[in-house]
Design a binder for this molecule. Structure first.
Ligand code: C2E
Ligand code: MG
Ligand code: MG
Ligand code: MG
Length: 277
């Protein structure tokens, strides 16, 4: 009986493994034509000033609606696009769309709304990345201060000197720099100040359970204190409920993003939220 059990478990497992593998293979192949087939679109998740309860910006989050597989999570297809090199053309597509969209919002009178874009290290390593951003800003006519790039903490560690020099070039043209998923990597405080960043986003894992985890409260409080002393803005990510929100407020966290205010929205939905406020 026990043996039978194990056997069926193995079968289930290997079946799942092979279908996962198949899916990876399809993604790897189809991601190359996702742009031309119009299967990609961008959602905007509001970033909110806690005190004023006002939307001050948004994070652009990529979505892929695959003809057969349906919607695929970016956590699934981005790593594959990073491996097969597609991330560069996809990343440029995202930045261009975001800049064009935000310029429209600026022109409609929603001034000072920034949009942050997730950027992979692979993109920063591309020779003409900064030039490409410059040309996108020029062609869309968006003021660089309303564009921010987010780079994941764990991602920049390997190639830090090169990353620092690319980030500096972006800063020089007025683009904001934000560290994503802060607290999950191993960056030191001295690196933080060397990176000369504008913002850091406290990873969702510290916000989860903050209502019954004293250690997380202390960690978040410490991050906010250090950030303040280095003149770095803080955003808490993945805030889902009022209790988390009130604890974050007590820790003097001024900006948040999460389901408690809004899920990622289509551009139309986001615009409606702007109109309402
Ligand atoms: P991220 O940059 O850390 O983005 C935050 C993720 O948390 C998003 O997942 C967002 O939908 C989700 N989220 C926000 N608030 C809440 C909340 O209150 N509760 C929960 N449970 N989740 C929340 P999403 O959209 O699935 O994106 C996953 C990751 O994929 C992103 O993590 C980012 O690393 C990557 N990604 C997304 N778009 C792009 C892109 O255009 N380029 C690159 N290179 N990476 C991207
Ligand atoms: Mg992000
Ligand atoms: Mg994040
Ligand atoms: Mg993330």
């Amino acid at each position: 009986k026990a043996k039978e059990n194990i056997h069926s478990k193995i079968e289930v497992y290997s079946h799942r493994a092979s279908s996962e593998l198949k899916e990876k293979f399809i993604i790897d192949n189809d991601i190359r034509s996702a742009i031309s087939k119009n299967e990609l679109y961008i959602c905007y998740q509001p970033i909110v000033d806690v005190m004023k309860k006002k939307i001050i910006g948004a994070e652009a989050l990529l979505r892929w609606n695959h003809s057969e597989l349906g919607s695929i999570s970016p956590s699934e297809f981005i790593p594959i696009a990073e491996k097969n090199g597609c991330i560069n053309s996809i990343g440029n597509w995202v930045i261009e769309n975001v800049c064009r969209q935000n310029k429209l919002w600026q022109d409609l009178g929603y001034k000072n709304i920034f949009v942050s874009v997730n950027v992979s290290v692979r993109q920063l390593e591309e020779k003409d990345f900064v030039e490409k951003i410059k040309s996108i800003l020029k062609s869309t006519n968006l003021d660089p201060r309303y564009l921010e790039i987010e780079i994941t903490e764990s991602a920049y560690m390997e190639n830090i000197d090169n990353i620092i020099s690319e980030l500096k070039k972006l800063k020089d043209i007025g683009v904001g720099i934000s560290i994503d998923d802060f607290g999950t990597g191993y960056s030191s405080l001295s690196q933080l100040s060397r990176l000369n960043i504008d913002k850091l986003k406290i990873d969702k894992s510290f916000v989860d359970n903050i209502e019954n985890n004293d250690t997380n409260i202390k960690i978040v409080g410490a991050i906010i204190m250090v950030a303040k002393s280095l003149n770095i803005d803080v955003i808490a990510e993945g805030v889902e409920n009022k209790r988390q929100l009130s604890i974050l407020k007590k820790q003097r966290c001024k900006k948040v993003q999460g389901y408690v205010f809004s899920r990622p929205l289509t551009p139309d939905e986001f615009e409606k939220r702007l109109i309402r406020q």
